[in-house]
Design a protein. Structure first.
Length: 516
């Protein structure tokens, strides 16, 4: 691993990690840390959990996180599955992209996702300290000091414990110290701003409508519909409880009324639909920005505090939750003396690269969707060709689902051995044909051998796992071809191969990240 520019003391710590922000990204990060035995405090400036549907698409990698926290079954009861994406072109043709079980998202209001994650946090022994606003951050080589304000807190007090130990009189600042700080406090992140981390990029020059209510009329309710008409683009997405989200680019002066929504539904939709019983009508804008670095010594950024992009494809919430999933196992491993501190250097490089991929892909999609008359005809022709050739089915759905996301191969500090043909490369997603383990392993890495029966490779893999107790767990999967994969706990491949020699080389790489 590269040297940490802000070296930190190692060893276990009973002092809690502080997570600023109690949105889904902060809650997932906190839950994952607690699950690994790391104490956590979650500070939230708002006085109560927010309401509203907001981000509604949870793609399969995010559903894996919910499953690991024991929340997937309940989430399924609160949401609905989208079985296909339907693109209705201006020439009357419809391009339908079946998603299949591997790529189906769950459509669930964000307030329900928040509720489920708060419940998981409480079951793990944590909680959210609402009404606690962070106003300043000062980081050193040894710790991070926060200045916080909360109603009823005495001025100039030192806060070293849980919420029950906060002062009880007056309104004023207090300080608390933490060994590690995670900023999950959104696009206007105080943590990022106080660190002085540049947030480069700009705004997307479009205003978007977001309206929710009932839509009377016939259209397939198990699909997400995009109507790409000469008059403009409109999205119809089903929601639980029979509601429908209506969205699309609109003029900045768009009237946020039921009549205004009905007008663009008539202009851009299939016809014969009526928008009734609205529960929300509003407009919003978006940005395309990425923090220059996602780590500054003992401080990390996750979610919208680290990156924001166009709303197309519902990628934002999913991207941020994967940040937390990536960071938590590394930080827990360092705090628990299982991983070398240099492992934390990989966080910013990996997640920033993924954020760049998402910003680029969503930017292209929103500009294609809002193309003018000439460009839209070209777009329609290209998409029709993609459907005929099968590209839409094979590539597009997998891309939206996050299956094609690649992270740079930086974990071990030097490239892992290049895999033989037919096996996934380091930095790619764990293949869908790898079944989940029968039980959640306490080890960091999962070494999976493949083949018709357990042979020499399986024996070598067991020996390798024995060299790294608590770090590597082995299991075997029956397959026709022999091989092996070293899998990370965040759903990515660390290394792969089909020989003892390659496995031995991977053992040398594990030595680089194991805590000695």
């Amino acid at each position: 691993m590269s040297e940490n520019p802000n070296p930190a003391p190692t060893g276990g710590s009973a002092d809690p990690v502080v997570v600023v922000g109690a949105g889904p990204c902060g809650l997932v990060t906190a839950c994952e840390l607690l699950r690994h035995g790391v104490p956590v405090r979650v500070l939230e400036a708002a006085k109560a959990p927010p309401r509203g549907s907001r981000a509604i698409l949870l793609w399969p990698p995010t559903l894996e996180v919910l499953d690991g926290l024991g929340l997937l079954q309940e989430a399924e009861t609160c949401g609905i599955r989208a079985k296909a994406l339907a693109y209705h072109m201006g020439d009357g043709k419809t391009l339908r992209v079946p998603l299949g079980a591997a790529n189906q998202p769950l459509l669930i209001p964000q307030e329900e996702t928040d509720r489920l994650l708060r419940g998981a946090l409480e079951k793990l022994g944590g909680g959210v300290e609402y009404g606690t606003r962070v106003t300043d951050v000062a980081a050193s080589a040894d710790a991070v000091t926060l200045t916080v304000e909360r109603p009823g807190q005495a001025e100039d007090t030192e806060d070293t414990g849980g919420p029950e130990q906060a002062g009880a009189a007056g309104d004023g600042p207090a300080t608390l110290t933490t060994p590690w700080l995670i900023g999950a406090d959104g696009v206007g992140s105080t943590v990022r701003q106080r660190l002085g981390t540049p947030f480069t990029g700009g705004g997307v020059p479009m205003t978007f409508l977001l309206a929710e209510g009932e839509v009377e009329g016939e259209f397939p309710r198990e699909e997400v519909h995009y109507y790409l008409r000469p008059a403009g683009v409109i999205l119809l997405s089903p929601l639980p409880g029979g509601k429908v989200r209506v969205s699309g680019p609109v003029p900045p002066d768009f009237p946020c009324t039921q009549e205004g929504v009905q007008r663009i539904l008539d202009e851009r939709g299939p016809g014969g639909l009526r928008f009734v019983s609205p529960s929300a009508i509003g407009t919003f804008t978006s940005q395309e920005r990425i923090a220059e670095t996602l780590r500054s010594g003992r401080v990390f950024l996750v979610g919208d505090a680290a990156h924001v992009h166009s709303v197309v494809g519902g990628q934002g919430l999913n991207l941020g939750i994967q940040d937390g999933r990536n960071l938590a196992w590394k930080l827990a491993g360092v705090i628990g003396d299982r991983l070398a501190p240099g492992v934390l250097d990989s966080y910013s490089a990996e997640r920033r690269a993924v954020a760049e991929q998402v910003v680029q892909s969503t930017g292209r999609m929103v500009r294609m969707a809002a193309a003018g008359p000439v460009a839209s005809r070209v777009r329609n022709g290209v998409w029709a060709l993609m459907q005929v050739t099968g590209v839409l089915h094979r590539w597009y759905a997998a891309m939206l689902a996050g299956r094609l996301t690649r992270q740079p191969d930086v974990l071990f500090g030097r490239p892992a051995p290049k895999p033989p043909r037919g096996l996934p490369a380091p930095g790619s997603r764990t293949p869908v044909w790898i079944p989940a383990p029968a039980a959640r392993a306490e080890s960091v890495f999962r070494l999976v051998t493949l083949g018709p029966g357990e042979g020499q490779l399986a024996s070598s893999a067991r020996s390798l796992a024995a060299r790294f107790p608590g770090l590597v767990a082995h299991d075997h999967i029956e397959r026709r071809r022999a091989g092996w994969l070293l899998l990370r706990p965040d759903g990515f491949v660390a290394a792969s191969g089909n020989s003892d020699a390659r496995l031995a080389e991977t053992g040398e790489l594990l030595e680089r990240v194991a805590r000695r």
